[in-house]
Design a protein around this ligand. Structure first.
Ligand code: HEC
Ligand code: HEC
Ligand code: HEC
Ligand code: HEC
Ligand code: HEC
Length: 265
């Protein structure tokens, strides 16, 4: 109708109307665009939206310097971006070995594995939403993109997170006993290091390997205490350290024997 009356005047306005409609539609689509995106695109857009989260990520263990961008945990599309990151499989692909095994053999790991299929992963990682903690529940609690279990974040934060499910007294006891276990392990490491240092550098081809084992088993104690895994606290931890000390003493003794016999390399 209008087109027939005055083509020159009405058509541009009409087209303009459609242009405004489609372009504003395209804009609102872009605000929650489905993806896929590259990590650079996630970082660009979210630096403005979530400055605190992005600072935590930059200063935490996962950042572009450690090669872990957003999509390693979230995937590269927006749909189910959060549920994907909350599940253990977003972590255990990279953190294989003792870090994952100590957790999967703990009560938390076992319960979480059993609950996984019926758990609603759309819920934020906060108290009341989960029966047992997943990796991210403890380490990236409540949208924190640093490491909420890192010692330099202070004991109160850890205390608060555990106390979402346990009584504060129980948690205090657990954390104190974990601290004691690690202190004992550190004394053993110190003793081993001192024995190793008593041998001139490069004079034993056995000791570097023994030193490596010492630190490896110290890490097992840390994981055993942190992940509430009795196997790692004990079997893979303290007795393994005791074995290391025996072998280091043997190695040192061997060196001195060889030296006095003149077979020192
Ligand atoms: C063009 C800008 C843009 C890009 C690129 C972008 N996002 Fe987003 N993202 C948004 C906006 C806007 C929201 C808020 C949507 C909402 O709250 O409904 C959002 C929400 C999210 C959420 C929260 C979802 C929820 O359910 O609350 C996550 C997680 C997320 N983005 C991760 C990512 C990741 C990972 C990437 C890269 C793979 C990425 N985003 C790329 C703009 C962007
Ligand atoms: C180590 C895994 C990991 C990495 C890397 C990671 N995230 Fe997340 N992210 C998570 C987890 C887990 C959650 C859900 C936390 C919760 O529910 O409390 C989350 C939540 C979010 C949310 C939702 C915040 C809200 O307020 O609802 C946004 C947005 C987000 N991440 C963006 C990013 C961006 C952008 C990057 C890259 C710079 C990134 N994440 C890197 C694991 C990760
Ligand atoms: C793409 C691989 C990758 C993914 C996915 C990943 N990480 Fe990491 N993570 C790393 C790297 C690399 C580092 C830094 C080097 C290191 O300390 O091992 C790291 C460091 C850490 C640290 C600190 C370790 C330390 O020695 O201080 C923790 C804790 C951690 N990640 C937990 C998680 C959790 C929980 C998830 C899942 C939500 C996850 N990571 C997902 C690769 C990954
Ligand atoms: C109940 C909470 C909890 C859960 C669940 C949990 N962690 Fe931990 N994690 C800790 C604590 C506490 C530590 C010890 C941190 C410390 O004292 O350095 C730790 C230590 C670690 C470390 C070594 C950090 C270091 O300093 O060397 C890594 C890596 C890690 N966890 C990854 C994971 C992964 C992967 C999962 C899931 C498979 C997971 N964690 C599940 C609490 C948890
Ligand atoms: C989301 C809830 C939740 C969080 C958070 C949580 N736990 Fe647990 N924890 C549980 C459940 C459930 C059990 C199993 C209780 C049972 O034995 O019936 C459990 C069991 C334990 C056990 C007993 C293990 C055993 O072998 O008997 C210890 C110790 C423990 N948690 C310590 C911690 C510490 C320390 C933290 C924080 C780093 C923590 N928990 C965080 C839910 C949680």
């Amino acid at each position: 109708m209008e087109l027939a009356v005055s083509t020159e005047m009405k058509v541009p306005a009409w087209i303009l109307g459609i242009l405004i409609l489609t372009s504003s539609h395209a804009w609102s689509e872009e605000a929650v665009a489905p993806g896929p995106f590259t990590d650079e695109e996630c970082i660009d857009c979210h630096t403005e939206r979530d400055p605190i989260l992005m600072r935590q990520w930059r200063e935490g263990p996962h950042a572009t310097i450690s090669g872990v961008g957003c999509s390693s945990c979230h995937g590269d599309i927006h749909q189910d971006s959060n549920p994907r990151a909350r599940k253990d499989y977003s972590c255990i692909g990279c953190h294989t070995g003792p870090a994952s095994h100590s957790y999967s053999t703990s009560k938390h790991g076992v319960i979480n594995q059993l609950e996984q299929p019926k758990q609603d992963w759309k819920h934020p990682l906060q108290r009341g939403n989960y029966r047992a903690p997943s990796c991210s529940y403890c380490h990236l609690h409540d949208n924190d993109h640093g490491d909420t279990m890192a010692p330099n974040r202070g004991p109160e934060l850890r205390m608060w997170i555990c106390s979402g499910c346990h009584s504060p007294r129980y948690v205090r006891e657990q954390l104190a006993s974990g601290k004691r276990l690690l202190k004992i392990a550190d004394l053993k490491v110190q003793e081993g290091e001192e024995l190793i240092a008593s041998i001139p550098d490069g004079k034993s081809n056995l000791l570097p390997k023994l030193r490596h084992n010492l630190l490896y088993h110290r890490q097992n104690v840390l994981l055993g205490a942190g992940h509430q895994s009795p196997d790692y606290q004990w079997w893979h931890g303290q007795p393994a350290l005791d074995g290391d000390l025996i072998r280091i003493r043997d190695g040192v003794m061997q060196y001195h024997q060889n030296k006095s016999l003149g077979t020192d390399p």
